[in-house]
Design a protein around this ligand. Structure first.
Ligand code: GLC
Length: 543
């Protein structure tokens, strides 16, 4: 079915990632046109038979990522943590979680990945720590404690009760009463995740050191957790109410009946990124700051790029929550119009919080999954795949008794998150090649039929298609993936150029006529035919 004429093999850019400081590169940064891969460490490969994925498992399985053509990895949290929120409650910012490996294992992964031209980003959690972090243990020891001001403490309102109406990620009050010291502390997530106080200069100094610690070890950058958080309103004003919402994308405006105007997206946060950008740029090559910028407003998203002096990349959640594929063409236009000149958009459909695009966007329909991959991998900027996207893995319904995510057990608005954290399926055998055949994995494995080994041997598989798309992205679009231009096309069809490529997508369940392009077809997501099949996408060269 899919036809792909000969084309240049993927161009790999310079690979050296030295831990030394130096001047920044004048050329395109390595993430321009790149394909990043979010890897949920506990679910990718278990090297020691305990049912959890680990760092050595990644190192052993790097062949898959080289073969696929991945440029960079974002590892879900690797730092020591009591795991109230699976690593997003950090108790030591310069260590490695003992269940995942050692600092030496991480160094070895970075070195081995580097030899293959793959860079490694870590997940940095600056909005909050674990309540088990020594800073918080000290802060909670008394009002005069050295680290007291590292966190957001406040008195009850007159007459009693929490200082503001803010709600945490589970819909409960975001303030925890601390009887020992007679104040509340703020937690925008779980009570075991106290928010840091970014009005305190010492917190800035701590994080500068944390950044340098990892950059010096050769870490290529960070995905910044809750990048829209950090600063909170100095006056602790109440959040305003949220108008009733109807669509998925509206939920980015707020939740639990509130707009988080005063508890997130505060203007002062931009200063943190201007500071971190200077640190990132002091390395060669510059380190990458990729923000989890949870905002439904594209101009607010754009603001995190600053004047090319804040985050180099920001996740685009309006696209993640878009109705697929109908809303994408306009959203791509609006994103490109909103971003500052030269800023690189980020395209992604899945992650460990919001679920997998093959389910959310595509309802498990193989034709739509193939089309989604084609779109994600031909748009200008940076594409982030989530592990399993490459084989079209759908969400796995995890029975209540096997669920592991405390934050979403009680009917969270974003759904139960374990569904998108289940083990990678490497083959169809018991344990799926993720763990040993007799080991109980930490989360259930899901349908064995969708797995890497079977798809690698099938030239028509989702995996083979994904690899060809990554290769096209590198080979045809190169490091300068740019030049997006939307073309006039019949209703229900989306056509655009990206570099030398001409992309045509049928956005409907009914066949459509192929616009007369006079171009050489390089790849199609459906069987060869005169027109465009339902949900079919075609990539052609020139025209
Ligand atoms: C981010 C993470 C999510 C976590 C939360 C609190 O949204 O992606 O998994 O629960 O931050 O750290």
């Amino acid at each position: 079915m899919s036809s792909l004429s000969e084309h240049r093999p993927g161009v790999r850019r310079e690979l050296e990632l030295t831990p030394t400081k130096g001047t920044s590169m004048a050329t395109s940064p390595w993430w321009q046109g790149a394909v990043l891969y979010q890897l949920y460490v506990r679910s990718w490969r278990d090297s020691n038979g305990d049912g959890y994925g680990d760092i050595n498992g990644i190192t052993q399985q790097l062949d898959h990522l080289s073969w696929l053509g991945i440029d960079g990895l974002w590892l879900s949290p690797t730092m020591p943590s009591p795991d109230a929120d699976w690593g997003y409650d950090v108790s030591d910012y310069t260590g490695v979680h003992p269940e995942l490996g050692t600092l030496g294992d991480l160094d070895a992964l970075i070195a081995e990945a580097g030899r293959r031209g793959i860079r490694v980003l870590l997940d940095l959690v600056p909005n909050h720590t674990s309540s088990a972090h020594p800073w918080f243990i000290d802060a909670a020891s008394g009002r005069d404690a050295a680290h007291r001001d590292y966190y957001v403490w406040a008195d009850p309102v007159p007459g009693g009760g929490p200082p503001t109406n803010w709600l945490d990620a589970t819909g409960e009050p975001a303030w925890q009463w601390h009887p020992a010291t007679g104040q509340y502390y703020l937690h925008n997530f779980l009570p075991a995740q106290p928010d840091l106080n970014w009005w305190q200069p010492a917190v800035h100094a701590e994080f500068r050191q944390i950044l340098e610690f990892w950059f010096d070890r050769g870490v290529a950058g960070f995905r910044i957790d809750v990048a829209h958080g950090l600063y909170k309103d100095a006056e602790l004003r109440d959040n305003p109410p949220l108008a009733p919402t109807s669509s998925d994308s509206d939920r980015l405006a707020g939740r639990f009946g509130q707009r988080p105007v005063y508890s997130a997206n505060r203007p002062e946060t931009h200063g943190v990124y201007r500071d971190w950008r200077k640190i990132a740029e002091s390395y060669s090559p510059p380190r990458l700051l990729l923000g989890e910028t949870w905002t439904g407003d594209l101009s607010s998203l754009a603001s995190y790029y600053g004047d090319d002096d804040e985050l180099q990349l920001s996740f685009n959640f309006p696209v993640v929550f878009a109705r697929f594929p109908a809303e994408l063409p306009d959203l791509v236009d609006e994103t490109l119009a909103a971003l500052p000149t030269g800023a690189r958009p980020v395209w992604t459909g899945s992650n460990h919080d919001v679920g997998r695009f093959p389910s959310r966007w595509c309802h498990g329909d193989p034709a739509r999954i193939r089309l989604a991959l084609l779109i994600l991998l031909t748009l200008p900027g940076t594409t982030v795949l989530y592990y399993g996207d490459e084989i079209g893995m759908t969400d796995v319904a995890v029975p209540a008794e096997l669920q592991r995510d405390p934050m979403t057990q009680a009917g969270s608005p974003q759904g139960q998150r374990d569904r998108a954290r289940t083990p990678m399926r490497w083959n169809g055998a018991p344990g799926a090649g993720f763990t040993g055949p007799t080991v109980t994995p930490w989360l259930p494995i899901g349908p064995a039929a969708v797995n890497v080994a079977d798809q690698r041997g099938d030239p028509d598989s989702v995996l083979s298609l994904c690899r060809r798309l990554v290769d096209l992205r590198h080979g045809e679009l190169g490091a300068g993936v740019a030049g997006y231009r939307r073309l006039a096309s019949p209703p229900g069809v989306w056509s655009y150029t990206a570099g030398p490529l001409l992309v045509t997508a049928n956005l409907a369940a009914t066949p459509a006529a192929m616009p007369d392009q006079g171009a050489e077809i390089l790849l199609r997501t459906g069987p060869a035919a005169a027109g465009l099949g339902p949900w079919e996408g075609v990539v052609a060269r020139g025209g």
